[in-house]
Design a protein around this ligand. Structure first.
Ligand SMILES: [Zn+2]
Ligand SMILES: [Zn+2]
Length: 128
């Protein structure tokens, strides 16, 4: 596969996900279709796609980067036990930018918000 075909394949594979996968997971899925693809290629393409704004790179979980095909500004929840990331589709508060700007010698262009806690699956496991 040539470079642009590989990039397209990586992007299409990510689009099938709503669970913010890591490069490792995308690599494992793509390798089933193309045994010649390498993890380095997948990671490089994910990084490149996030740099040009076609996907989002999420770096707030320790360890590997996670990737999100949804580039609109939205909030996330991270389970502190299993590390899974969920979308939180509440309205993004523009007002927060203006309020923060009052304290800064800067013009704010946006903010990120990450909720933390324990997901229901992990809570159930804890209960038994
Ligand atoms: Zn969990
Ligand atoms: Zn997301």
């Amino acid at each position: 596969m040539n470079y642009s075909r590989q990039r397209e394949a990586v992007k299409e594979q990510l689009k099938l996900h709503h669970d913010h996968p890591t490069a490792d997971l995308i690599f494992a899925e793509l390798r089933e279709k193309d045994p010649n693809i390498s993890l380095a290629t997948v990671y490089r393409n994910l990084k490149l796609l996030s740099e040009v704004g076609e996907i989002q790179k999420l770096s707030f979980v320790s360890g590997a980067d996670h990737f999100d095909p949804n580039t609109s500004n939205h909030y996330h929840f991270v389970c502190d036990r299993c590390g899974r990331i969920f979308d939180v589709p509440i309205e993004v508060t523009k007002d927060l930018d203006m309020r923060a700007e009052d304290f800064l010698p800067a013009e704010i262009t946006g903010h990120e918000l990450v909720f933390h806690g324990i997901c229901d699956d992990c809570r159930e496991k804890q209960a038994v």
